[in-house]
Ligand binder design. Structure first.
Ligand SMILES: NC(=O)c1ccc[n+]([C@@H]2O[C@H](COP(=O)([O-])OP(=O)(O)OC[C@H]3O[C@@H](n4cnc5c(N)ncnc54)[C@H](OP(=O)(O)O)[C@@H]3O)[C@@H](O)[C@H]2O)c1
Length: 271
């Protein structure tokens, strides 16, 4: 199997690292591209793959895509149309175009890559260590192709097929939510420092607790039950949770998810 990764920065590079660790990906022939020579060299060194860059060769994207079975698009959303225009005629007839861009619809992808099967995925950065969540939407693509693609992406994480209209919610839940968890960690570390801890100790405590909570929830995915189990009536956890509920933590999260999904809808509408 031959894979092309067109535009391989934070997200494309994370996804590719996970794919390369999987069974199908480790056996695949992979060519990735970047805009600059410097980032291309750094990526080639990090992942041990061939990376072409546009700074050295204006035809880098076309060369990488030629003969690939799957052409992954990891450029910024506003660059998808131009990138597909640049790739016109270079993508093999039976190749599948897989975009990870937020706010670029299947219809827009199909218009940019006429005649090709198009798939939309929404990964997140823990894909680099095989702990990603990858939402996937496709229209008119064969079951065999979806199954092969899901197998390929399995090295990067949990692949969750969704109808395309749910992609906005998927971005709010997984594509972007990793950053909300980082923000929660940052805030809690600052709170620990305000309580007299060193930054190092607070960071170890918070990151360790987040990791433990994530792993527990992954093994028993009922967060409400896990929360209730650690909350003694009248105890310290109950005091903290009452403060969070009083400050409308649920409303805060709902509004963040709504802002994220709304922005995704706006981007899809071209705003
Ligand atoms: N970041 C996330 O957590 C996340 C999550 C889900 C989806 N996404 C989606 O992933 C896509 C990429 O986001 P990102 O955060 O990874 O951006 P990024 O780090 O800026 O990566 C963009 C990559 O595209 C390269 N590039 C720029 N112009 C190019 C061109 N004309 N042809 C080929 N490559 C080109 C860049 O090369 P240089 O480095 O040399 O400029 C870089 O490797 C976006 O569409 C975004 O919606 C991101």
């Amino acid at each position: 199997m031959k894979l092309a990764f067109i535009g391989t920065g934070n997200m494309g590079g994370s996804l590719l690292a996970g794919v390369l660790a999987g069974e199908l990906g480790s056996a695949a022939e992979v060519v990735a591209t970047t805009r600059s020579t410097a980032s291309g060299q750094a990526l080639a060194e990090k992942l041990g793959i061939t990376v072409l860059d546009l700074e050295s060769d204006a035809a880098a994207n076309r060369t990488a895509a030629a003969g690939a079975d799957y052409v992954f698009l990891g450029v910024k959303p506003w660059m998808i149309a131009d990138t597909l225009a640049d790739l016109e005629g270079a993508i093999a007839e039976n190749a599948v175009v897989v975009s990870m861009a937020a706010g670029v619809s299947l219809a827009q992808l199909a218009a940019g890559a006429p005649g090709h099967a198009v798939v939309r995925i929404m990964p997140n950065t823990p894909s680099s260590i095989g702990l990603g969540v990858i939402s996937l939407a496709a229209d008119g693509v064969s079951e065999e192709t979806i199954s092969e693609l899901a197998q390929l992406l399995a090295g990067a994480g949990d692949v969750i097929p969704v109808p395309e209209e749910q992609m906005h919610a998927a971005i709010a839940m997984a594509g972007s939510s990793v950053a909300y968890f980082f923000l929660v960690m940052e805030s809690l570390i600052d709170a620990g420092i305000a309580q007299g801890l060193s930054r190092e100790a607070a960071t170890r405590m918070v990151v360790g607790a987040a990791n433990g909570a994530g792993q527990l929830a992954a093994s028993d995915p009922r967060p409400a039950d896990l929360r209730i189990a650690v909350t003694s009536k009248g105890g310290t956890t109950a005091a903290a949770l009452a403060s969070l509920e009083n400050d409308d933590i649920r409303g805060v999260m709902a509004r963040a998810a709504e802002a994220c999904a709304d922005r995704s809808r706006e981007m899809e509408a071209g705003n």
